[in-house]
Each structure stands twice: as structure tokens, then as C-alpha cells.
Design a protein. Structure first.
Length: 282
């Protein structure tokens, strides 16, 4: 449940920020008549994201045995790759997010294109929505359907509340701290998905174990019950990991945390905090 909540809270707020920036700018330039088009674009993107998610779950439900292991393992590794891309993107381009969105809105308004205004949140939110569905599918493989559903619902509700608070008075919310903390937690979740994905592909025979069990501490902390089972679901803990897992896990975790912590504060301070401040003083 924790992974699903974190994913939908974090990704949901990023989607909310897109809507906040677009609506706030339309209000600022006296074009509130285009609000309905922006909101329709938002609704269409959300609906399309749900359809993509449903398709992924339906396809997975039709698979069995080795095919299921390959599909689930590949999807988990894809989710990890998407997160890694997000880290790189945030370092290089997130600082310009607000200005880029406002420039797009200005261009659409200049030609009086309602479709252009609707397309701005549609494209941005659809991208975030597809990313979210990948993470949600991967996270759902490590918990029960009920836990995933509850976590996702709570995360989305929290994202909606935060987005509204940012629109009404963003100075009260430290976006820099929020994205730094949730970013680190997402990386910890991603390394867990990485471990699960490698394990699935090893079971399918696509990734060699090299050494099947480097150690086995099941007698001390089993990954099938209690704390060990919880750590397995959240962080990908394995009581008897293969050599590939032992090498890849700390390599990815160390690299991702180093890159994120070195890059993220500047992006959040320059690109995200002003969104809240300018909207609050519109």
C-alpha cells in the first residue's frame, strides 16, 4: 500500500501542478473562458491513462507461467528505467517547467486555439499518467489488490488536496522539501522494483544468476513473513539473493541517490517553488 500511495501522491501532484500553472496563467491574462478547454484536456488525459493502465492489467491477467514472469519482470524494469529518465529530466529541464507551460498557453491564445489550450495539459498529464500506470502495475505485483487500491486512492486524494492548497495559497507548502523527500522514497521503491524485476527474469531463465544464492539468512529474517515480507514488498529485500542482485542493487541505489540529491534541490528551488508563490499572489 505504501508504494501505491507514494506513487499516486507524487505523480498526482506533478499533474496537479500542470493544471495549476495553466489555469493560473489563463486567469492572469484574463482568459478564464479557456478554463473549460484546459479542464477537458485534463479529463481526457486522465481517462486515457486509466485505459492504458487497464490494458496493462488485462494483458498481464491473460498470461501464465514463463510468459507472465517475462511480462512482469520487463514491466518492472521499464518502470525503473522511466524513473531514471525522470531524474535526468528533472535535472536538465524541470527548472523551466512553469515558463514552458506559460509560453505554450500564450502561443495557443495568440491564434485563438481552444484545441491548442486543451492539448497542453492533455500531453503533459498523459505522459505523467502513463508513467504512473507503469509504477502502479509494478507496485501491485508486490502487494494485494486491496492494498494497492487503498494506497492509490489515498495518494490521489492527497494530491488533489495539495494541488488545491497550492492554487489557493502555495506559500504555505514547501514544494522543494516535498519533492526531495518523495523523490528519495521513490528511488528506494524503484530499487525494490529493480530487485523484483531481476528475480522474475531469473526465474524465467532470461537473466543468469551467476551465483544462485550468495548467502541465505532466511533463518534470521525470512522474506516470506513478518518484517522481512514487508521489506521485500517495499525495498525488494531478498533473504537469499543471487550474485546479479547483490551487484546491481547497491550500484543502482548509490548512483540514483547521488545523482538525485546533487541535482534535485536546484530544480525544485528554481522551477517549482515559484509556481506556488506566483499563483498565490495572482
Amino acid at each position: 500500500m505504501g508504494q501505491s500511495l507514494l506513487i499516486t501522491l507524487r505523480e498526482g501532484l506533478e499533474m496537479g501542478l500542470v493544471v495549476v500553472v495553466v489555469l493560473a496563467y489563463l486567469s492572469k491574462v484574463g482568459q478564464r473562458a479557456y478554463w473549460k478547454h484546459a479542464l477537458l484536456g485534463t479529463a481526457a488525459a486522465v481517462a486515457a491513462s486509466f485505459l492504458v493502465g487497464a490494458l496493462i492489467f488485462v494483458v498481464a491477467g491473460e498470461l501464465e507461467g514463463r510468459a507472465e514472469q517475462v511480462f512482469e519482470g520487463s514491466t518492472m524494469l521499464t518502470a525503473v528505467a522511466v524513473l531514471s529518465w525522470m531524474i535526468v529530466w528533472m535535472k536538465g529541464r524541470a527548472v523551466h517547467m512553469q515558463g514552458h507551460l506559460q509560453s505554450q498557453v500564450q502561443s495557443a491564445l495568440a491564434v485563438g486555439s481552444a484545441l491548442g489550450v486543451a492539448a497542453i495539459p492533455f500531453v503533459a498529464i498523459l505522459r505523467e499518467g502513463v508513467e504512473t500506470t507503469l509504477f502502479m502495475f509494478a507496485a501491485a505485483r508486490t502487494s494485494t489488490p486491496a492494498e494497492s487500491s487503498v494506497g492509490a486512492s489515498l495518494g490521489l486524494a492527497g494530491a488533489l488536496v495539495l494541488s488545491y492548497l497550492i492554487y489557493r495559497g502555495g506559500k504555505r507548502i514547501s514544494l522543494r522539501r516535498f519533492f526531495n523527500v518523495t523523490g528519495v522514497l521513490l528511488i528506494l521503491s524503484a530499487v525494490g522494483l529493480l530487485a523484483h524485476g531481476i528475480s522474475e527474469l531469473q526465474d524465467a531463465g532470461l537473466v543468469p544468476s551467476v551465483v544462485e544464492h550468495v548467502w541465505n539468512i532466511s533463518g534470521v529474517l525470512s522474506d516470506e513473513r513478518g518484517v522481512g515480507e514487508w521489506l521485500k514488498g517495499i525495498l525488494g529485500y531478498n533473504a537469499d539473493p543471487s550474485l546479479v542482485e547483490v551487484v546491481v542493487y547497491p550500484l543502482y541505489l548509490g548512483t540514483a541517490l547521488w545523482y538525485f540529491l546533487r541535482a534535485r534541490p536546484e530544480a525544485a528551488r528554481v522551477g517549482l517553488r515559484p509556481v506556488a508563490e506566483r499563483v498565490a499572489t495572482r
